[in-house]
Design a protein around this ligand. Structure first.
Ligand code: UDP
Ligand code: MG
Length: 149
């Protein structure tokens, strides 16, 4: 079953949007399989955003993501990687569609509330970077027959 990695960034936590953001994935019908609340180390931040190391915003991005706690999440479901990216919305909240998390709650590209893996390979890498195997919980939600024919 497909899994993706999401992180509610420091702005989402500080603004009291943890419940609202988790609710959107829960009510969509995806299954929560991992959750933790943590202060991100510089090492983890630099690894997580390693692909952006040469970009001009890398330093401020690492500063920001390590500045205050985040909520790390793993969600499971068919098509969850692409669907979560749609629920999250475009990188710049000003151009993100209303109805998306960034479109509804954000103003600024450096304060866009949430991270979501962008492809199967990155999802796998990010889940392994942020979670140990034993921190992920496989379970069968009783809702399954009401969500899938
Ligand atoms: N970012 C930024 N300025 C930019 C582009 C990106 O601060 O001009 C930050 C922003 O927090 C974004 C993150 O870097 O979410 C990763 O960028 P990416 O292009 O991967 O966007 P995402 O996958 O988060 O939509
Ligand atoms: Mg990205």
């Amino acid at each position: 079953m497909e899994r993706t990695f999401l992180a509610i960034k420091p702005d989402g936590v500080q603004r009291g949007l943890v419940g609202e953001i988790i609710r959107r994935f829960e009510t969509k019908g995806f299954t929560l399989v991992g959750l933790k609340f943590l202060k991100v180390s510089r090492e983890l931040a630099e690894q997580h955003y390693g692909v952006h190391r040469e970009r001009p915003f890398f330093g401020s991005l690492v500063e920001f993501i390590t500045s205050s706690p985040v909520v790390a999440l793993v969600w499971e479901g068919d098509g969850v990687i692409a669907s979560a990216r749609k629920i999250i919305g475009a990188t710049n909240p000003l151009t993100a569609e209303p109805g998306t998390i960034r479109g509804d709650f954000g103003l600024n590209i450096g304060r866009n509330l949430i991270h979501g893996s962008d492809a199967p390979e990155t999802a796998q890498q990010e889940i392994a970077l942020w979670f140990k195997d034993e921190e992920l919980v496989s379970w069968q939600p009783h809702l399954t027959p009401w969500l899938h024919e």
